[in-house]
Design a protein around this ligand. Sequence first.
Ligand SMILES: Cc1ncc(COP(=O)(O)O)c(C=O)c1O
Length: 396
Amino acid sequence: MKISQRAQSVPPSATIAVTARAKELKAQGVDVVGFGAGEPDFDTPEYIKEAAIKALKDGKTKYTPAAGIIELRKAVAQKLARDNGLKYAPEQVVVNIGGKHSVYEAMQAVLDPGDEVLLPRPYWVTYPEAIKLAGAVTKVIETDKANSYKITPEQLKKAITPKTAMLVLNSPSNPGGFMYTPDELRALAQVLEGTQVGVMSDEIYEKLIYGDSKFISFAALSEDAYNRTLTLNGLSKAFSMTGWRLGYTAGPLDVIKAMCRLQDHMTSNPVTFAQYGAIAALGPEADAAVEKMRVEFEKRGKFMAERLNSIDGITCAEPTGAFYCFPDISAHFGRTIGGAQIADSMEFATALLEQANVALVPGAPFGCGDNARLSFACSMEQITKGLDRLEKWLAQ
Ligand SMILES: Cc1ncc(COP(=O)(O)O)c(C=O)c1O
């Protein structure tokens, strides 16, 4: 059978080779330290599991409306009002099968072939693929270390053309945990006023923020921002529910209705009993459950960034959110370490894994070949052990 051009256009994940090799080594009994994880290492809080178990026992095992049960859409609307100061009717919320699905479906709902989507670099690896699958064209906006990997209003203004349909924002970000301040977001929102550009604001790391960082939803900046924004979020990261596959999108009613129509035919509803777990997750126990994990992540992120900065030829900004460090490792490019030539982040990651048994994710697939992503969703012991190995390996 032939493979469609659409499927052929999607490359295998460039990060998978390293992850697969790490698994292979582990299976052979090698003691690999893994910094690749994109998920919290905590278990889902007990009260959430109990709600889903109860739902199963109560027979909540059948189809629900494709957009999710109304109780959950209400719970999401209440969460967005309480935490983010956003007023959405439950009908303006669609529950998706994970945040990744939210991204895909939102793009399918609003993008046409030839539309341009502005994507600040570095970016989460899924965005360019979802843009391409919607027939649209990615226009990368460059950022660098000097501006903390954030775009400026001037850059945004310059990047907008008559074909620009969407700006993708992800703050706090994967891969760097970089975060825009409310004033920085306000300045970006002002540039968009009077334009046709919509915003997809992926706020999935909203709850995992550190130091004196302040989170604000893009849609909460002004009435204009509210009207042009799709707010994406999910339960994977904040509640350690990656396997539950629950994300959600809120926004203008006509766009949400269009997403619901697509969802009707693509997936139908998110898993029924998982939706009851989500209602519990977003309920009164939410803040305490999240705070426990946030505090632990904050300690680890600070520690990891400090340790990375103490290693020769590595510089790393302290993450302000999410659970990733994204150090610049490029000072080591051009070296030969343990017989392996290191020309780029892929070769760096491969050699480090083979020789020192530390797995990290090369920065190239995130659009930043000078960097590497290290997740601190692992214990302090693992962080210490892995960075000791990295330091020793680089000191050769
Ligand atoms: C920026 C960002 N958005 C969305 C997601 C989607 O997460 P999920 O599909 O597990 O909800 C991820 C997961 O890695 C992410 O990093």
